[in-house]
Design a protein around this ligand. Structure first.
Ligand code: B3K
Ligand code: ZN
Length: 900
């Protein structure tokens, strides 16, 4: 298990100009003939030719028609090395014929079967298990693909580009020929064969071209494609307007498949989607699913430029396409809905999950230095932090220059495989700015911590901020340089408005007025001083507005200041964030006392001082809920304002967590806050129930978000199980049904019979709909009372569960390990043992899924005893696979690095 290093990059010795694939599909095998036009990069170099190839049974290989014999090449488990021959000095034709077994491919990469459908997933390195190839993104070729299959079983045959021919073959078979005129790396190749329904629409581009849009789904699902089609059209228009990017072929296809390792894949003109990310209708999909479909459809579409037309030189550059594309899809969603809600949701996710990654054993830079298995690097750091890095560039440059920079990038590198350096160079060129220090964001891992201190001089009216940054050590990286980033702030006065503050000349940092987030200070040094003059009274400082930089901020707020920001901050993100800080410090206080032994975990009340603090916080939340309050005008935002930080968001910030103790404190504190809110929440719940739009799918989504948040508050308190049941039982939309279900599952069996009734009713109602049932598995798996280890074991034997379907595996096992803190982290270690065994077993079928599932185990250093040792023991057990089995490269890397 060898690592690959960025510093070892060398351009390929051979390039491949054209690929002609013939894929002959049968039930028990497929024959693949690959005809490649190859050219030596330097003819005089006389290099041997290396071709990647895995799980391929070679039938024959010829060069310019001459069949090679065993002396001419050597094959190992990674590929084939062809000894240099004279004809390789000139452009030559290499043809390979191989046999593969898609029906046995449980890894779901390369060519595989999902039920009766043949489909592919090539990114990152799946193409090499379809045919022999230089399977690296800097080898770009044009493709022609002929698919042959049984005519009745596989009437639909698809690949990239344009359909140029279709014909019968013999009695029962047929073939289709596809040609893609755009050069592309092999990871964007795709093929589909099956019986599928097609839903059609069309789009007229800005230059007036007509594009056919097709979505292919399992027969019976055509009614669930409208939303994806509408989303696609919105995304196409948005990319024209915001980035000047037009679609480049006459056809755009999306295919939905049930068994898929991730969300979706941007193959050129043939996007393949996990069906959970395409299908949506009001009865079966929640509002969250609708939003998810919209953003993933857009994301994959945006890749056509950020990823496909301009691609990555090597996999270390992955964030070049992923970070940029996430940034693009986030801006798109923000434009389609509420920007502040969208921003909060992204940041909440980043701060909980990406910060944890940055603080854990797998911490890596946005452009990593090395990897063992690239599949492990499709991470939150590459995606979410990578998007933040692009966002910062946008902030630093402003709208106009950022657009000039992206135009330059797309124009200059069209058809090429490039690096993050190339991207930044375009931004530097158009803005005449030096971003060399900024580029540390690509090479330095770890979340910077920004400590802010202030001083106000009442006599002189001077307000001074001292800002220190520190970047923690991460595995393999110590002693880091300070970073350059935009830090947006505001000085909020007593009347709630921002002071019109100008940065005085004795400041070390420069500042400018940002678009919508107050003052943008550019930080560069370990310590910076920012001075303001003529400030009439001590302001409340609002820091990192809009989350302008992906950093942790430390500043010693007092309660009154936070309450002031919660009410007045002109920056919506920071209004929300002030409440989060307050809630987190409440949890900290309760835990502080519990750890000192002042109150025990189960039951005993929060002490008086904490109670006073808690009431102040709850009073502020009640203000938000008041009918007629400004926050009620934006109900989706109001819902977020009311939601306390998740347990995982809290403990991410803590060292050496005693999980059960912390969980007890968390539940006690949230219970108290909720009981303060009981009346207001009930009132709001009832009012919204009578709102005319509450049942409208799109119009009512924000109202439902708030109403269901109120239900969430109530369901943390005893005695609302009947309300939750009614909510569940009367629901006409999936969002409401799930909210009712989630609320009910908070009531233990001993308190209510309704939850059990709901579990049964839900199953009965939705057993035919596999995607809906994923929620049923998931919500139970996350529940402390209905997702005990025994329940999980039972559910894993359920007739609708499948060990080969990634969605099911994630719903049940990953949810249990990632969200069910009470049961997974049982102090006897049984939860850990169970997940370890499950991972080891799944690793034999699907290494990508197994290695992802291992993430919760890798965090052992964060926890106190006994969790820490117990987790470590399971990791060590994974490292020693039982006899007759082997550990995959994917899982090995995770286990090995987290034990270091
Ligand atoms: N590019 C794909 C992810 C591929 C993951 C391969 N293990 C989807 C996306 O990010 O758009
Ligand atoms: Zn992507």
């Amino acid at each position: 298990n060898q690592a690959v290093y960025l510093r070892d990059y060398t351009p390929p010795a051979y390039t491949i100009d054209t690929v002609d694939l013939y894929v002959d599909l049968h039930e028990d095998h497929a024959m693949v003939t690959g005809t490649l036009n190859i050219q030596a990069a330097k003819a005089e170099a006389k290099a041997d030719l290396w071709l990647h190839g895995e799980s391929l049974e070679l039938v024959s290989v010829t060069i310019n028609g001459t069949r090679l014999t065993e002396q001419d090449f050597r094959i190992d488990e990674n590929g084939m090395l062809i000894t240099h021959r004279t004809e390789m000095a000139q452009p030559f034709v290499l043809e390979t014929v191989s046999r593969i077994r898609p029906q046995d491919n449980t890894r779901l990469e390369g060519l595989y079967r999902s039920k009766n459908l043949f489909c592919t997933q090539c990114e990152a390195e799946g193409f090499r298990s379809i045919t022999w190839f230089l399977d690296r993104p800097d080898v770009m070729a044009t493709y022609r693909c002929t698919i042959e299959a049984d005519r009745e079983k596989y009437p639909v045959l698809l690949s990239n580009g344009n359909l140029i021919g279709e014909e019968p073959v013999g009695e029962n078979r047929h073939r289709a020929i596809w040609e893609d005129p755009f050069r592309k790396p092999s990871y964007l190749f795709a093929l589909v064969a099956g019986t599928l329904d097609r839903v059609e629409d069309s789009f007229t581009t800005m230059s007036g071209r007509n594009i056919d849009l097709h979505i292919y789904v399992d027969p019976g699902n055509s009614g669930k494609c409208r939303h994806a089609l509408d989303s696609l059209k919105k995304a196409m228009r948005w990319d024209e307007e915001r980035y000047g990017r037009e679609y480049d072929l006459d056809l755009f296809n999306i295919v939905a498949v049930d068994d898929f390792n991730m969300g979706a894949m941007e193959n050129k003109s043939l996007n393949i989607f996990n069906s959970s990310c395409v299908l949506a209708d009001t009865a079966t999909a929640s509002d969250a699913s609708f939003d998810r479909v919209e953003s993933i459809v857009a994301h994959e579409y945006f890749h056509n430029w950020s990823g496909n037309r301009v691609t990555c030189r090597d996999w270390f550059q992955l964030s070049l396409k992923e970070g940029f594309t996430v940034y693009r899809d986030a801006c798109f969603s923000a434009d389609m809905h509420s920007p502040v809600v969208n921003r909060i949701e992204h940041v909440r996710f980043l701060r909980t999950a990406q910060f944890a990654e940055d603080a854990g054993p797998m911490a890596h830079a946005v452009r990593p230095e090395s990897y063992m298995e690239i599949s492990n690097f499709y991470t939150l750091t590459i995606y979410e932090k990578g998007a933040e890095v692009v966002r910062m560039i946008h902030l630093l440059l402003g709208d106009e220059l950022f657009r000039r920079g992206s135009d330059l990038y797309f124009d200059r590198f069209d058809g090429q495989a490039v690096t993050t350096e190339d991207f930044v160079a375009c931004m530097e060129e158009v803005s005449d700015r030096d971003l060399s220090q900024f580029k540390l964001w690509y090479s330095q891992a770890g979340t910077p911590c920004v400590k802010v201190k202030d001083h106000y001089n009442a006599k002189t009216g001077e307000y001074r901020l001292t800002i220190r940054q520190h970047i923690p050590d991460t595995p393999g990286q110590t002693g880091k340089q300070p970073m350059h980033f935009p830090f947006c702030i505001g000085l909020v006065s007593d009347d709630g408005k921002d002071f019109e503050a100008r940065v005085a000349s004795e400041s070390t940092a420069t500042a400018s007025v940002s678009d919508g987030h107050g003052l943008m200070i550019e930080l560069r040094e370990t310590e910076e001083t920012v001075v303001f003059k003529d400030i009439a009274h001590k302001p409340v400082v609002s820091l990192n507005r809009g989350f302008s930089a992906p950093v942790r901020v430390e500043y010693d707020y007092d309660t009154t200041e936070l309450l002031h920001l919660m009410q007045y901050d002109s920056d919506g993100f920071n209004r929300w964030n002030a409440g989060q800080i307050l809630a987190l410090s409440l949890f900290d206080r309760v835990l502080g006392r519990a750890s000192a032994g002042e109150n025990s975990q189960g039951g005993s009340a929060i002490d008086e001082a904490d109670m006073g603090f808690l009431q102040e916080y709850a009073t502020a939340l009640k203000q938000y809920l008041k009918p007629g309050s400004t926050s009620r005008q934006d109900p989706a935002f109001c819902a977020l304002l009311l939601q306390m930080p998740e347990f995982s968001a809290w403990i991410e910030r803590l060292p050496q967590v005693d999980i059960q103790l912390a969980l007890g404190c968390y539940e006690q504190a949230t219970l108290e806050v909720c009981s303060q809110l009981e009346q207001s929440a009930r009132q709001c719940y009832d009012e919204l129930g009578a709102h005319a739009d509450i049942g409208q799918r799109e119009k009512g989504a924000a109202l439902r978000a708030l109403r269901n948040t109120c239900l969430g508050v109530l369901s943390r308190l005893p005695g609302h199980d009947e309300l939750a049941w009614q909510h569940f039982d009367a629901a006409k939309l999936m969002t409401d049904q799930l909210a009712g279900f989630r609320a009910l599952l908070r009531y233990p069996r001993s308190q209510s019979s309704r939850p059990a009734q709901a579990i049964e009713a839900f199953e009965h109602q939705w057993q035919q709909d596999s995607l809906v049932m994923d929620n049923w598995f998931g919500l139970q798996a996350a529940s402390r009372d209905y997702g005990t280890l025994e329940d999980i074991e039972r559910l894993s034997e359920h007739r609708l569960f499948s060990r080969f379907n990634p969605n099911k595996l994630r719903s049940l096992f990953s949810t249990f390990a990632g969200q069910n803190w009470a049961c997974f982290h049982a102090t006897d270690g049984a939860g850990y043992r169970f997940i370890r065994k499950t991972i080891a077993e799944l690793d034999q079928n699907n290494p990508q899924i197994a290695s992802r599932m291992a993430t919760p185990l890798t965090r052992w250093r964060k926890y106190a005893e006994p969790y820490s040792s117990l987790l470590k023991a399971e990791l060590s057990a994974l490292a020693k696979p039982v006899e007759g089995t082997e550990i995959s490269k994917d899982l090995y890397e995770i286990v090995y690095k987290s034990l270091q």
